[in-house]
Design a protein around this ligand. Structure first.
Ligand code: NAD
Ligand code: ZN
Ligand code: ZN
Length: 352
């Protein structure tokens, strides 16, 4: 089969022929119907050198995956060949308390996981291939009726990650609250939808690309703002001066974290999701009182079920552009150059 593999740090991935995976005991092979191209893959290709991560190339990219069950290993029950499924991508040990609660993104025994603190496309082979080996059937979530794998794939990360970040601040997202989304790309455009369709908070979207702000308005953002000197004043002004209750930063640079803190209300939440690697000098004097500055990583399997149901009900829908597997590098180039809108999804079944 074909697979888009990252062969080393600081390199572009290459499309190569590899053997078809064969499911061992408890394992399942999925025929990929869609694999989302995440900005984190660009960080993997260009920003990391191995020091920050407990795993390394080579592996097949693609950590947002959905498709159809293709082959089932010995002992697997409850899964049928041909069944449409989403792949829950964070693969933990399965036995620690967070794993048992479905929060394998926060596995506390990563040494016992298939790969420490990773998953398919993150240290192990992912879904930018015709077939993908999933090491345990519990990582598969059946797709609700009406949801196609190509639409479900980006939801497993680009919607699940913002969903988790937003749910964490649910108590603060009252009808009189303001939420700010910084970075309206793959994750951010779904964050706007999740905020609009699961809370009554007003939503402010920030992005430096006009087409991203157009998309934010289409998704229902109440106000769109360009980053820069005027941004803090514009957002604070829109809240009557008190500031935003919740900020979710899908960039994570020095400038965007400072913007997030700068617009935050006292007792607000500022959540860093983007992994641009920025920092902020937190001190008693640098943030409004009781602001929580926090990071989140991915989401839980129960939250993925909730996201898929939101999608099946039409309340969340990734705006996607599809590419055949042969054009995956082109999709990543577009993401790098800032000309992608919404999420780009690789579909191995498309003709190149
Ligand atoms: P993307 O490239 O699709 O979107 C990023 C958006 O941010 C773009 O619209 C871009 O124009 C905008 N942007 C860039 N710099 C900006 C700035 N200074 N001010 C305002 N907007 C700016 O990326 P994505 O796939 O949505 O991922 C977003 C980030 O989240 C990446 O860093 C990615 O690695 C990270 N990520 C984190 C997790 C997690 O679990 N924490 C999960 C998935 C992705
Ligand atoms: Zn991702
Ligand atoms: Zn665990």
């Amino acid at each position: 089969m074909r697979a888009l593999r990252l062969l080393d740090w600081k390199s572009s991935p290459v499309l190569v022929e590899v053997d078809d995976p064969v499911p061992g005991p408890g394992q399942v092979v999925v025929r990929i119907g869609g694999a989302g191209a995440c900005h984190s893959d660009l960080h993997l290709m260009h920003d990391f050198d191995g020091a920050a991560l407990p795993w390394r190339p080579p592996f097949t990219l693609g950590h947002e995956n959905a498709g159809w069950v293709h082959a089932i290993g010995p002992g697997v029950t409850g899964v049928e060949v041909g069944q449409p499924v989403a792949v829950y991508g964070a693969w933990g040990c399965g036995n620690c308390q967070p794993c048992r609660l479905g929060m394998e993104n926060y596995c506390e025994n990563p040494a016992a996981a298939p790969v420490p603190s990773g998953g398919g496309g993150l240290g192990l082979d992912g879904g930018m291939a015709d077939l993908m080996l999933v090491p345990a059937a519990r990582h598969l979530v059946a797709l609700p009726d009406g949801l196609e794998p190509v639409d479900a794939a980006p939801l497993t990360d680009a919607a699940l990650t913002p969903y988790h970040a937003i749910r964490r601040s649910a108590a603060k997202l009252t009808p009189d609250a303001t939420a700010v989304v910084i970075g309206v790309g793959g994750l951010g455009h779904l964050a706007v939808q999740i905020l609009k369709n699961t809370t009554a908070a007003r939503v402010v979207a920030v992005d430096n690309r006009p087409e991203a702000l157009d998309l934010a308005r289409e998704e229902g953002a109440d106000l769109t703002v360009q980053p820069g000197d005027e941004a803090v004043g514009a957002i604070r002004g829109a809240t009557g001066g008190r500031g935003a209750d919740v900020v979710v930063d899908f960039v994570g640079s020095d400038a965007t974290i400072a913007l997030g803190v700068g617009v935050s209300r006292m007792r607000g939440d500022v959540t860093i999701v983007g992994i641009a690697g920025g920092s902020y000098p937190m001190s008693f004097f640098s943030v409004p009182y009781e602001v929580s500055l926090q990071t989140t990583y991915w989401g839980s399997r129960p939250e993925l079920e909730e996201v898929l149901h939101l999608a099946a009900r039409g309340l969340v829908k990734a705006q996607i552009t599809t590419f055949p597997l042969e054009s995956a590098v082109e999709a990543y180039d577009k993401l790098t150059s800032g000309s992608a809108v919404g999420r780009q999804v690789i579909v191995p079944g498309l003709k190149g």
